[in-house]
Each structure stands twice: as structure tokens, then as C-alpha cells.
Design a protein around this ligand. Structure first.
Ligand SMILES: Nc1ncnc2c1ncn2[C@@H]1O[C@H](COP(=O)(O)OP(=O)(O)O)[C@@H](O)[C@H]1O
Ligand SMILES: [Mg+2]
Length: 275
């Protein structure tokens, strides 16, 4: 669909396609003070899940905000399916098929679940199309259809995540950015949310996932990127990063020397491990 010769960074991609959905080169970005991202280059293979891990403050959310146009880069290029995002507004980037589910919950709590989902399609002019899309996402996430008439604010954190996922699909995006969807969730609920991410991927969405819950995030993902102090420290397959001894020890809750006592959140993540 988008022929380019670029390979995924580090190792053979395990995803459905070898073409990058997103290519970032030499990205420098900050908030007016010092730079937060320093010369970040990476590529996100189309059709797969790619997980960005790294300690708190590494710049993961800043990276996603820059990709979705909320922040303007100082230097560097971002291309979505070969097309530059330079100078584009968040709305234009949305129109190009890139959606961003932010780290903090973003539903309108006093509106119903269905109203929230429909808001995801607010730029659709065609009402019939909006209804078709709503039918599609409610079929994909039957629980969301069940909660349709409830106030979004009455749902649990994990349930709200599913509604946010459903909402972000209303524009039928090609690339979905997910910022810490597991934040604050129990291991059991985390699994439901990750299953939903996997389902979106199975429906053809490329996913760029940011996870503090590094072990669980990398297990879910074909590709991994370790971000450290605003720099790409390592890229590879999710498995390569999981098995990397140094990265394991630093960010994955002590993968190499597992101390006695309760194992640090295997599958459920290791809270605090990355601080
Ligand atoms: N709105 C902001 N204004 C100024 N600095 C910010 C803002 N958001 C984040 N930062 C700073 O940018 C750095 C990276 O933050 P962030 O991208 O949120 O990291 P992460 O998502 O990896 O935890 C941190 O030092 C943080 O304090
Ligand atoms: Mg963050």
C-alpha cells in the first residue's frame, strides 16, 4: 500500500507488514526550556504493535504528543506513510488517520458512553457513516455497546479505557497512539485492556504503545523501543528487548536477578521498577 524500502529497526519484524507506518528522523523537541527529545530516530512498522518503554520522564508522552501534532518539533522529520507531518495541525493529522489516546482519562464523565463514542466521529459530516462506524466499534467492543446509556463517569478505569479505544476508532485510523493504557489498572483489568489493543491490531490498526508496565507491554508487541533521557537507547523485537540483560535489570523489574519474595508483577508489571 505504501511501498518503501525502509526496514523496521533491529531485526525482522514479526508484524503483518514490513512497511513503516511512521518514520521519525532526528527529532528534537521540548517545552520551551531545555530539550526533552534529543535526536530521536525510529520507525514504526505498519500492521504491528510497537511498544515504547523507558523510565518516568524519559520523554515517552512528549514523543507521542509531537507525533500527533500537539507539540511542534524544533528539528527533525516525522512521516506518516511517507507524508511529512511538518506544519500540520492536530486536526489535520487526525484527518490523515492518526489518533492519540492520551495518558490521562479523557471521556466526558457526564455524557453517556455512546455520546462519548460518537464524539470520536465528530468530524464526520455523513450521519449514515457515523452510524455505520458506531455499529462497527460497538460490534468490536460489545461491552461498550452494553454500557451505551451509562454515564462515562460511572465506569471503572479499565472500562473507560475500552470506551476511549472505541471512540478513537470512529475515524477508522491507520495508526493508533496509546499512552500508558494500563496506568492504574489491576493486572486482571490490564489484560482486558491489552486484549482490546490486540483486537484493534488484528483489525488492521498499527499501534504505537507507550507502557510504563514494560514487561507486559513488550510481551504484547512485535517491536520495542527503549527511550532513556529523551534518546533512543535500544530498538529490536519485543522479545529481544525483554531478553536484553541490561535493559531487563534496569527497566523490567530485575529480570536477571529475581529477588526472593513475591515476583515483581509478571504479566502485571512491576510498579516502581522504572523510576
Ligand atoms: N507540559 C510540560 N511542560 C514542561 N515540561 C514538561 C511538560 N510535560 C512533560 N515535561 C517534561 O518533559 C520530560 C518528559 O516528560 P514525559 O514526556 O511526560 O515523560 P514520560 O511520558 O516518559 O514519563 C520530563 O522532564 C517532564 O518534566
Ligand atoms: Mg508519560
Amino acid at each position: 500500500m505504501h511501498p518503501t524500502r525502509d526496514q523496521a529497526p533491529g531485526g525482522p519484524p514479526a508484524g503483518a507488514s514490513h512497511d513503516p507506518a511512521l518514520v521519525i528522523e532526528g527529532l528534537v523537541c521540548g517545552y520551551g526550556g531545555g530539550d526533552v527529545l534529543h535526536d530521536v530516530s525510529l520507525s514504526v512498522p505498519a500492521g504491528a504493535i510497537t511498544c515504547v518503554v523507558g523510565p518516568n520522564g524519559a520523554g515517552k508522552s512528549t514523543l507521542l504528543a509531537t507525533i500527533s501534532g500537539l507539540l511542534r518539533p524544533k528539528r527533525g522529520t516525522i512521516k506518516l506513510h511517507g507524508e511529512s507531518l511538518a506544519g500540520k495541525s492536530p486536526r489535520q493529522i487526525l484527518d490523515m488517520g492518526l489518533v492519540h489516546v492520551q495518558q490521562n482519562h479523557s471521556l466526558f464523565r457526564d455524557m453517556t458512553v455512546r455520546e462519548n463514542v460518537e464524539l470520536g466521529g465528530y468530524i464526520l459530516r455523513d450521519h449514515a457513516l457515523l452510524l455505520r462506524r458506531r455499529g462497527y466499534v460497538e460490534e468490536m467492543f460489545p461491552q461498550v455497546a452494553q454500557w451505551a446509556g451509562q454515564k462515562a463517569g460511572s465506569l471503572s478505569g479499565g472500562q473507560q479505557r475500552l470506551v476511549e479505544f472505541a471512540r478513537c476508532l470512529m475515524l477508522d485510523p491507520s495508526l493508533v497512539l496509546l499512552d500508558e493504557p494500563s496506568m492504574g489498572l489491576s493486572p486482571k483489568v490490564l489484560r482486558t485492556v491489552f486484549d482490546a489493543a490486540r483486537l484493534m491490531n488484528a483489525q488492521g490498526k498499527t499501534i504505537l504503545l507507550v507502557e510504563q508496565n514494560a514487561r507486559a507491554g513488550l510481551r504484547l508487541s512485535a517491536h520495542g523501543i527503549v527511550l532513556e533521557n529523551g534518546r533512543v537507547r535500544l530498538t529490536g523485537s519485543g522479545r529481544e528487548i525483554l531478553e536484553h540483560p541490561e535493559i531487563g535489570a534496569l527497566y523490567l523489574g530485575g529480570a536477571v536477578t529475581r529477588a526472593s519474595g513475591p515476583a515483581p508483577g509478571d504479566g502485571g508489571g512491576a510498579p516502581g521498577a522504572a523510576h
